[in-house]
Design a protein around this ligand. Structure first.
Ligand SMILES: [Zn+2]
Length: 342
């Protein structure tokens, strides 16, 4: 990235109200068949336009073509039964009705590859594309075939790697894996989670990122955060392993969180997407607040490695609020650039 402090979002953004009901996760589509296909592409255009108007430097798809960051990818795999669902506890935190792995996992065809080609044609700016991480996928379904979280994660890593290679060929500049589960299952991350993630990025020459957060701003996550005490030191458990990995970028939750920013020292040398926008409330940050978070982060991250970002995805927010927050993010980054004479 040539521009210093390039801004971006973690991934998901609100969808237009004609495409799905806003401010809701797993919101069903309002269109069908070929009209749905056309609607998704139009939503990609709108999302791109809004990100550009907000002044973002790295463009995401805003997850406009998927219902949910994990289940939409799983829907495109064989070996998973979506009809006979089971209830599991996700991230040891909240119950959800999830699909069941009943046979060997395989990817039948590209999941987001055509969407990525479409978005690539619309902009010359760098594009970042998020995929679910293997451990988070394992944690978002019921396994009735492999009977091992690790084995299933390896299978997911193989299909994610196939998808990632095709996204890269479609012109995606940064491929990000969302691993909120890394913040919960430390032992597994250190045992096999990071190794599995390395499998997912094997052979890629584009940049790779891992996003690790404290979840969307939904009640189950907000309640969980209240139990974490004044200092959230979860990152400390997994950063040493990430530091040694081939992942280029680490995307973190920082603003309004209990994460001690000095923990970023543990991944010194990696690029850090610093979450400077809270996605768990509707208050719009001021550009100065964003600048403040970035200033604090600069004590632990070299400026060429600092990528201002949001704490997590913004799918549950309203569009006007999400847009205003993104605008504050780019204005905040601009304050720092001016301050440093860039
Ligand atoms: Zn997140």
């Amino acid at each position: 990235m040539k521009k210093l402090l390039p801004t971006s979002t973690v991934g998901s953004l609100p969808k237009p109200t004609w495409l799905s009901t806003p401010e809701k996760l797993w919101s069903p589509w309002k269109l069908e068949n070929s009209i749905l296909q056309e609607g998704k592409q139009d939503a990609l255009r709108v999302s791109l336009q809004e990100q550009q108007l907000a002044g973002l430097d790295i463009i995401c798809d805003g997850e406009q073509t998927r219902q949910h960051f994990v289940t939409t990818f799983i829907e495109h795999l064989s070996g998973v039964d979506f009809e006979n669902r089971k209830t599991v506890k996700i991230r040891d935190r909240y119950e959800a009705s999830v699909p069941v792995v009943v046979d060997k996992i395989a990817r039948k065809k590209g999941v987001f590859v055509e969407d990525a080609k479409f978005l690539r044609k619309q902009t010359n700016k760098p594009i970042k594309w998020a995929l679910p991480g293997p451990m988070t996928m394992v944690d978002t379904l019921y396994d009735d075939h492999y009977h091992s979280r690790e084995k299933l994660a390896w299978e997911f890593a193989k299909v994610l790697n196939e998808e990632a290679r095709e996204l890269q060929d479609a012109g995606v500049d940064i491929i990000q894996f969302d691993e909120p589960a890394f913040n919960v299952f430390f032992e597994e991350v250190n045992d096999w989670g990071m190794a599995v993630l390395e499998k997912a990025i094997e052979g890629l020459h584009c940049e790779t990122a891992v996003h690790i957060c404290y979840g969307y701003g939904i009640k189950a996550n907000n309640d969980w955060k209240k139990t974490l005490g004044s200092e959230w030191r979860q990152y400390e458990e997994i950063f040493p392993k990430i530091q040694k990995s081939n992942i280029d970028i680490v995307s973190l939750e920082c603003h309004n969180s209990g994460v001690p920013l000095e923990l970023m020292e543990l991944v010194r040398g990696k690029k850090i997407m610093v979450g400077a926008i809270d996605v768990a409330n509707n208050r719009i940050e001021t550009p100065e607040e964003v600048a403040n978070t970035l200033r604090k982060a600069l004590k632990f991250v070299d400026i060429e490695n600092l990528y201002p970002c949001t704490n997590c995805g913004m799918a549950p927010l309203s569009r006007p609020i999400a847009n205003a927050k993104l605008s504050a993010l780019s204005k905040g980054a601009e304050i720092i650039r001016k301050e440093l004479g860039i």
